[in-house]
Design a protein around this ligand. Structure first.
Ligand code: AHG
Ligand code: MN
Ligand code: MN
Length: 314
């Protein structure tokens, strides 16, 4: 490195530099950068809220917007000004919102604040984003070009994939996202399991699968926040997260468009797999904003094992 370049500059790879070096296309790079920056504003709102949730009154007795709505507003405004986004679909909105002029390249989905009910407990929460090159009512594998999530925990981290591996960044004190792990790859088989849903609502086959994992010595790791729970599987290099079909709700709980597609994209890019128990999450067609879907996501071994159990005749 040349003279005048500080140690800091020499060793730090920030998000923009990383995407440039990885050959991510210019507009997509800028869009991902803008969304990552938005994470800083959302985090500031979480701090400002002093951990209070929806429907509380401010000093003057006025109703406050919930944190979810605040996060949604911040994201929508940022994306509107970016100039790269034609449509915005969010868990906080009833319909897809046209935010561009019609020529823009990208369609963005958001779960602006996932796990917001955990704010009062000070567990990690997150933002989940999907970036599509086609209108969102299609299959993830045809339309998705990138996905990212941000965790608001002891540290703020950002994990993205633009189809060239999955990478983690940490927001440093200077307000920059600094590369911490590049091309994260899951092991073929992990050692933790993260099972959503209540045992009394599980199907027989799903229950048998969980009993198999337990007998094999898998460690239970479930926080109730999708972002930190998936992040744990990724950062610990394997294991499984599942939110299955339940007796009362055969479509499970989590949303295909806002939650499952982006995480499936990120985990597949890290060498893992994501299915609804039968088919890959990214092969499923999105037909409605509120569409739910069971999920088995993580290391290849555990997900394929789940599919075996679910296919068995008991
Ligand atoms: P959201 O806060 O966006 O509504 O999502 C909550 C989700 C997700 O974070 C988590 O995986 C799941 O709900 C937890 O569900 P249970 O409370 O049934 O465990
Ligand atoms: Mn959510
Ligand atoms: Mn949410």
């Amino acid at each position: 490195m040349g003279e005048g370049i500080s140690d800091y500059t020499r060793f730090v790879v920030d998000l923009r530099r990383h995407m440039w070096m990885a050959g991510v296309e210019t507009e997509l790079r800028r869009l991902i950068w803008q969304i990552a920056v938005t994470g800083k504003y959302i985090s500031a709102k979480i701090h400002e809220s002093n951990r209070k949730l929806a429907g509380f009154k401010n000093l003057y007795g006025e109703d406050q917007l919930s944190l979810d709505r605040n996060a949604d507003d911040i994201l929508k405004n940022q994306l509107e000004y970016s100039g790269f986004v034609r449509e915005y679909a969010s868990e906080e909105q009833d319909a897809v919102i046209q935010i561009g002029k019609g020529q823009e390249k990208y369609f963005v989905t958001a779960d602006p604040l996932d796990g917001s009910s955990l704010v009062d407990t000070n567990l990690s929460i997150g933002t989940i984003i999907g970036i599509h090159k086609e209108p969102i009512f299609s299959c993830g594998k045809d339309s998705m070009v990138a996905a990212l999530y941000i965790t608001y925990g002891p540290l703020i981290t950002m994990v993205y994939s633009a189809g060239k591996g999955t990478h983690e960044f940490v927001l440093n004190r200077e307000g920059e996202y600094v590369l911490s792990q590049e091309c994260i790859m899951l092991e073929e088989r992990g050692s933790l399991y993260s099972p959503g849903g209540l045992r009394k609502d599980f199907t027989e086959r799903h229950l048998k699968y969980l009993e198999y994992l337990e007998a094999q010595g898998y460690k239970l790791r479930y926080s109730g926040g999708f972002v930190p729970d998936i992040n744990q599987v990724l950062i610990k290099r394997g294991g499984i997260f599942t939110y299955p079909a339940l007796k009362k709700s055969p479509r499970g709980k989590l949303r295909l468009l806002f939650e499952l597609q982006p995480m499936a994209f990120i985990i597949e890019q890290a060498g893992g797999i994501a299915t609804d128990g039968t088919d890959p999450i990214l092969s499923l067609r999105v037909e409605g904003l509120d569409q739910r879907c069971p999920i088995y996501i993580g290391s290849r071994f555990e997900v394929e094992k789940a599919m075996e159990f679910l296919a068995q005749n008991s």
